[in-house]
Design a protein around this ligand. Structure first.
Ligand code: NAD
Length: 383
């Protein structure tokens, strides 16, 4: 199998799809690995390190995309890259398929077999290939560090000769992978932490990290397939906002992480709720790229509103590129393990639930119903 690692092209993307330590393991297993020159530069993995790991550095992008059998790229391929791909080749990376179905169609039309890392199932067996989790955990960690650096206060309680400092109060909304890591990080920095999620099973997880769970009795089903959250009714949204109002007002920091796959993120912190916070307080909205959990947030911007700072970062995993790339590379290596036959050749066994779920295009078709529906909606909107 010939693996080709392409350089990420999104502005501000510093991660690389695979790090030299993972490449060395693949080479040892008998795979040929090509790396686009400079692919690891943003994450401090120079070409030399890949050469030492046994890879070949490719300077002409054209050759890498045309002749690489399995192309690995962290972010989606751009138009030029898609046109370079050969029919029958395999592409693996983040593809944002529900939001950008036209690109998926382009890949299908080229006859490419594309795997979207977003579609890896959330099962125990797939856990070490689960790139959404590895990257969300980094976002949760970094969100708390940003908040701590922005807050004009200490996080921990301190007893000093000049008096006692009260600990910061942190509220985390959404207790999925990012939220749980945010809770753990805020606790390690000494804050008092509360958290809320609409999925009732998160209560125990929140409490096990030493945080208090905010109970909102929603009286409706909040869980969808695969353990994900459902979009709740308007009445449930109002009730949540009512209960959260006091908790938001009492917090120095609010970290929001709530998302519903394929939908706009739910608004949990309204403008009046922001205005009721103490001046100097900080909100970090990790859902800013999906429309935001806070009414005042703007994707990719730092907003000031009546003395409150609202951060809407959209590229936090890219700001920890060394470890984000290391974890992503291991996620990819696990997936490649499922795509390889005993004699090391490419083997697409669609009876394997991981391959079946994550393979988005094959043989000229789009294999995922939700992405097909998103494409139909998008093309209806365009015509
Ligand atoms: P996510 O990023 O899709 O969403 C973040 C959190 O927001 C979720 O916990 C969700 O319940 C919450 N949320 C949605 N709407 C909300 C609202 N209105 N108010 C408050 N909170 C709201 O979540 P994720 O971290 O990707 O996890 C999604 C599911 O996948 C969870 O069930 C998680 O346990 C599961 N999971 C399983 C594995 C595994 O077994 N390999 C790995 C990771 C996650």
């Amino acid at each position: 199998m010939r693996i080709a690692i392409a350089k990420a092209t999104t502005v501000s993307e510093r991660r690389v799809a695979m790090t030299p330590d993972v490449v060395a393991r693949l080479v040892k297993q008998g795979m040929e690995v090509w790396v686009e020159t400079g692919a690891g530069d943003g994450a401090f993995y120079p070409d030399d390190a890949y050469v030492k790991a046994g890879a070949e550095i490719i300077t002409e992008g054209d050759r890498l995309w045309r002749d690489g059998q399995v192309i690995l790229k962290l972010d989606p391929p751009n138009d030029q890259e898609i046109h370079r791909l050969s029919a029958g080749s395999v592409f693996i990376g983040f593809l944002n398929p529900l939001a950008e179905p036209l690109r998926v169609k382009q890949l299908a039309d080229r006859g490419v077999t594309a795997f979207a890392m977003e579609l890896i199932p959330r099962s125990s067996r797939a856990q070490s290939a689960d790139a959404l989790s590895s990257q969300a955990s980094i976002a949760g960690y970094k969100a708390v560090l940003l908040a701590a650096a922005t807050l004009p206060k200490y996080f921990p309680m301190l007893t000093t000769a000049a008096g006692t400092i009260a600990p910061a109060k942190v509220l985390v909304l959404g207790a999925g992978v990012a939220g749980l890591q945010a809770i753990a990080t805020a606790r390690r920095l000494g804050a008092i932490v509360e958290a809320f999620d609409i999925r009732p099973e998160t209560k125990e997880q929140v409490q096990s990290l030493g945080a208090k769970f905010v109970d909102v009795n929603l009286e409706e089903e909040t869980r969808a397939e695969g353990g994900y959250a459902k979009e709740v009714s308007d009445a449930a949204k109002r009730k949540t906002q009512e209960v959260l109002t006091q908790h938001v007002a009492a917090s120095d920091v609010v970290i929001t992480t709530a998302q519903v796959p394929g939908k706009r993120a739910p608004i949990l912190v309204t403008r009046p709720m922001v205005e009721a916070m103490k001046p100097g307080s900080v909100i970090v909205d990790l859902a800013a790229g999906q429309g935001g959990n806070c009414e005042c947030s703007e994707a990719g911007k730092d907003v000031q509103h009546q003395g409150i700072t609202i951060l809407g970062p959209v590229d936090l995993p890219a700001s920890v590129p060394v470890h984000a790339s290391q974890l992503f590379g291991k996620n990819l290596a696990t997936l490649l393990g499922y795509l390889r036959s005993k004699d090391g050749e490419l083997d697409l066994n669609f009876e394997d639930d991981i391959i079946d779920a994550a393979c988005l295009t094959h043989g000229g078709t789009i294999r995922n119903d939700r992405v097909q529906a998103a494409l139909a909606q998008e093309t209806a909107g365009v015509s």
